[in-house]
Write a protein that binds this ligand. Structure first.
Ligand code: FAD
Length: 290
């Protein structure tokens, strides 16, 4: 089923959509472990699971489709395949689309992908909106896009970034998933601005549970999410106690998710970091809310 329809159905029963993101494992041997992860995540009955796709032409990218197919066929959960375009030609994207169509995959998160100075770009696509338009011309896929409550790092300013986001929606993206953030107020303000700009598609709030300090530091460096004072205090207090940091971090995430749901967000998208135990603890705490 296409994601906007899933969101509409959940809205009718007064609930947000609730979804997970996973990534293909880095090593071939750990691919076997993904089965266990998928089984545990699918048992939690998310509305969809999205599977990431590397920016460059990595061999792991072929695993994205394989894992998405498994999510659909073996576990009966709706998959969303991420596709990036800076390092792919139109012909290569066409081939991937054929594969997705043959696998019955209907939902694609169309992304530009991060720049990698070590690889030459293919120059067929400059922005995610180019990929959205191209996929629209090729088949009947439902297209989602990424968005940035704290503004994309390369954007000159927030207004320009939102104007660019509108171009992506006008090109055919009918659903957006946000970059992770730790301060809900930033998301609410961003959401309001998108409405003022005439963007009227559902936007899922992207939330990353804190499981260890190094991981948070890596993610924050990568995407520029700001850390609220109470969040930093928690990190500082428990940075040397893994188990305590996990408890405190999960309490923070659950609080964040409950507040988002109380504020009627369209959807909550959990960046699971392939950790089903963490996803389960969150789900157990909000089971009657989603
Ligand atoms: P775009 O929408 O193209 O925006 C990129 C920049 O260009 C922005 O600054 C924007 O303001 C500007 N821009 C856009 N359109 C125009 C225009 N027409 N004219 C001028 N400027 C414009 N990366 C991966 O490699 N693999 C993944 O699986 C992956 N998953 C992600 C999932 C989510 C939910 C999100 C939010 C991000 C994900 N990313 C992933 C990261 C993403 O690829 C990077 O953030 C990338 O830098 C931007 O991608 P985008 O699709 O948002 O780009």
């Amino acid at each position: 089923m296409k994601i906007p329809k899933i969101i509409e159905q959940k809205k009718q029963i007064g609930k947000p959509s609730f979804s997970f993101e996973i990534f293909p494992p880095k090593k071939e041997e750990t691919l076997k472990n993904i089965d266990e992860t998928l089984e545990m995540l699918c048992d939690l009955k998310p509305d969809f699971i999205s599977v990431t796709f590397g920016a460059g032409g990595s061999v792991r990218n072929s695993k994205t489709v394989e894992i998405a197919r498994k999510i659909k066929e073996t576990y009966g959960v709706e998959p969303v395949v991420h596709l990036t375009c800076l390092y792919y030609s139109k012909e290569e994207i066409k081939e991937l689309l054929k594969e997705l169509e043959a696998s019955g995959i209907e939902n694609i998160l169309a992304l530009r992908g991060d720049r990698n100075p070590d690889y030459p770009t293919k120059n067929d696509f400059t922005y995610a909106s180019d990929l959205v338009s191209f996929i629209k011309s090729q088949g009947d896929f439902s297209l989602s896009g990424g968005c940035y409550p704290e503004t994309h790092l390369e954007a000159t300013d927030a207004i320009t970034d939102i104007r660019n986001l509108k171009k992506k929606v006008d090109a055919g993206a009918s659903h957006l998933i946000s970059q992770l953030f730790f301060d809900n107020e930033l998301f609410y303000r961003f959401y309001e601005k998108t409405r003022c700009a005439g963007i009227d598609v559902p936007i899922d709030a992207g939330v990353m549970p804190v499981t260890n300090k190094a991981q948070i530091e890596r993610m924050v460096n990568l995407c520029g999410a700001s850390l609220p004072v109470k969040f930093e205090k928690m990190l500082r207090k428990y940075e040397d106690n893994k188990a305590a940091l996990l408890d405190a971090g999960l309490a923070y995430t659950i609080n964040q998710v409950v507040d988002l749901i109380a504020n009627d967000v369209d959807g909550v998208h959990i960046y699971t970091m392939n950790n089903p135990a963490v996803a389960k603890r969150i789900c157990d705490s909000i089971r009657n809310l989603v």
